[in-house]
Design a protein around this ligand. Sequence first.
Ligand SMILES: *[C@@H]1O[C@H](CO)[C@@H](O)[C@H](O)[C@H]1NC(C)=O
Ligand SMILES: *[C@@H]1O[C@H](CO)[C@@H](O)[C@H](O)[C@H]1NC(C)=O
Ligand SMILES: *[C@@H]1O[C@H](CO)[C@@H](O)[C@H](O)[C@H]1NC(C)=O
Ligand SMILES: *[C@@H]1O[C@H](CO)[C@@H](O)[C@H](O)[C@H]1NC(C)=O
Ligand SMILES: *[C@@H]1O[C@H](CO)[C@@H](O)[C@H](O)[C@H]1NC(C)=O
Ligand SMILES: *[C@@H]1O[C@H](CO)[C@@H](O)[C@H](O)[C@H]1NC(C)=O
Ligand SMILES: *[C@@H]1O[C@H](CO)[C@@H](O)[C@H](O)[C@H]1NC(C)=O
Ligand SMILES: *[C@@H]1O[C@H](CO)[C@@H](O)[C@H](O)[C@H]1NC(C)=O
Length: 662
Amino acid sequence: MACGTYCWLLMGLLGISCEVTKAVDKMCIEITANRSYSCEDLGLRQIPEYLPSTTEVLDFSFNFLYTLQPSTFSMLEELVSLDLTRCQINWIYGGAFQSNSHLETIVLTGNLLLFLADEAFIGPSCLKHLDLTQTGIISLAFIPMQDLGNLETLILGSNHIPSLELPSDFPTRNLKYLDFQMNIIQQISAKDISVLKKTSNLTLILKGNNIIHIEGRAFSSMFFYSLNFGGCANVSVILEGLQGTKTVFLWLGTFDDWDNGIDISDSMLQGICDISADDLNLQYHHFSQISAGTFQCLTKLQNIDLTRTSLHMLPHDIVGMNMLKELNLNMNAFTDLCDIHSAAFLNLTHLSIRDNSKKLNLGSGCLETLSKLQHLDLSNSNIESSDCCTQELRGLSSLQHLNLSYNHHLFLHDIAFEDCANLVILDLTFTRIITNTLQGPFRNLHLLQSLNLSHCQIAPSIQHILQGLESLIVLNLHGNYFESGTMLNDNVFGQTPNLEVLILSSCKLPAIQTKAFYALRKLKHVDLSYNNLIAFSSDAFSSLKSIYLNFANNKIRIIPRDMLTSLSGKSVINLSYNPLECTCSNIGLLTWYKQNTDKIEDSEKTVCSEPKSLVGVKLSSVNLSCGHHTAQIILITLVVIAVIAAPLILVTRILKRKYQQI
Ligand SMILES: *[C@@H]1O[C@H](CO)[C@@H](O)[C@H](O)[C@H]1NC(C)=O
Ligand SMILES: *[C@@H]1O[C@H](CO)[C@@H](O)[C@H](O)[C@H]1NC(C)=O
Ligand SMILES: *[C@@H]1O[C@H](CO)[C@@H](O)[C@H](O)[C@H]1NC(C)=O
Ligand SMILES: *[C@@H]1O[C@H](CO)[C@@H](O)[C@H](O)[C@H]1NC(C)=O
Ligand SMILES: *[C@@H]1O[C@H](CO)[C@@H](O)[C@H](O)[C@H]1NC(C)=O
Ligand SMILES: *[C@@H]1O[C@H](CO)[C@@H](O)[C@H](O)[C@H]1NC(C)=O
Ligand SMILES: *[C@@H]1O[C@H](CO)[C@@H](O)[C@H](O)[C@H]1NC(C)=O
Ligand SMILES: *[C@@H]1O[C@H](CO)[C@@H](O)[C@H](O)[C@H]1NC(C)=O
């Protein structure tokens, strides 16, 4: 922060010396005809004259404008949105936007503004969004408020503003979003912000200011949508100022690399009793002595985020938390799921205990009382279970979304999720799944739509693992090794007739059985990349009208034309990174390819590996002339034989007859 101005001057100098090397002939890119253009980073010093006067959206970031004058944008009268990020603008004259009456958004991020005329923003009658991030502003008085009456968004982040003294003409009428993050505001008085009493449902961001004092009740009787004091070290200070305030979101957490989380005591959170909030974030603080008292003033909350707050248990005697719907306990140090004492949170719908640092023991029926729980995230929490998970997840009859990915291993002896028959999404990625019965562990999950078994080592039991999953739409089997390849047949997938997306990438598949996927009539997306396939077998699928087939990174050399002609309609194939032959034995693929470029994905990487002269050449630019086909050759030979043989036979007959007569 301290180096601010100097850094900018230095960057300015560097910028000037770099610009000489920039290409001068690059054209702005048309995003939408006559309406939207991007001239980003083209080394331009003015608005190109070829931009049509109908331009509404212009991204002119990373160019060189230095000053903005009434003539700068006078040709673009229809402008609605203008991005001038890092254009080295220092000077904005009065009337710079006077021709742009429709302008709604101006982004000036990263320009060191030295002068901003009083009438800088005259002209646009409905300016809604003004972004002045990193513009070197040291006082709000620098910004002429007179023409900003309709602002909805004002962003003043990463400046050097020391005080929140909002002037009396501060635009409050439509204001929805006011961002002062990363400034140097330390004190806030009631007088500073009294003008905000005229706003309602405002989002106010004060994250990253080192606030050490707020006048008691300074924010009282104001209604906010979101109040963000992220990274402010002393939570008590903030809460003192917020007495009597109402807000939907209250953000008091800090950040990983800030290392300024404090130990939250019961008395500290007393302040919340006189604040009305729905969602509270306290991430990265510490609760070394948590007790039921800590929650005394949190009873009205619907959502609490306690990510990384050094928790290893929640008190068993917490009362009155019936409003709570979402509880986030990620990155803590629980050893037993029962230690969260979930009975206190009867109405919980979302519970997340992700990235737990200790080995999390699932216990038995620890979440039994949470009959309304819909979402449970237990991913990456060092979980292992020798009999998963019917007892562990007993009572969770509303559960729809269960994430057990990135854990150690789970033995599934019989039905794994007996009470969770309403599961829709189950993610077991990178958790080793061991089954030893021939009964499907998921056979009661008739509503399951998405199952992620990637890297679960389930190949040997694939046949019974899919039992009963008749609603399944998405199945991810990435990284399971089906080396023999024969396990995946029509019988396996006959159990999941509604499957639309099937991921079988990196499965070491040597081949696909004929008709392996024939039962899957709704299949739309199949990923078979990174296997050992030598054949492109389109006959394994029942419908090829509108399918995406990824066969990239296999060992396919030749594809007969009849495998391709059945790919119709909107089908797309990816054949990149295969050792494709560009010889006459592959003429079927080569000719089809040229006629069907709309069905090819990644044609840049779909190249020849043979013959030597064509290695690395894109298939689309190979010109092969293969002379006659085999059939033609046989026909010609026959004709030649006939032409030569017929007279011969004739002559011999005649001669024979002559001799007989003799
Ligand atoms: C863009 O403007 C040109 C010239 O006015 C006009 O001919 C063309 O039809 C316009 N294109 C679109 C997509 O509006
Ligand atoms: C409050 O603001 C938020 C975000 O700007 C918006 O989503 C919400 O609908 C607003 N609520 C009311 C009551 O206006
Ligand atoms: C936080 O601020 C309060 C005054 O509001 C003060 O009493 C307390 O000592 C401060 N705590 C820390 C850790 O600075
Ligand atoms: C929460 O649960 C209690 C007891 O089960 C019930 O009376 C109350 O209506 C619920 N509250 C909400 C907000 O759902
Ligand atoms: C499960 O958790 C992992 C890791 O936290 C995450 O990457 C994944 O997207 C989650 N799965 C679902 C279905 O949300
Ligand atoms: C597993 O697959 C599902 C569906 O494709 C996806 O939402 C989820 O993020 C995946 N999980 C991980 C850990 O990538
Ligand atoms: C084709 O498949 C490969 C391997 O999966 C992938 O890396 C590549 O991005 C795909 N191409 C496109 C255009 O998606
Ligand atoms: C094939 O022919 C086209 C057009 O005649 C040409 O541009 C291309 O370079 C040729 N490809 C090879 C590999 O010679």
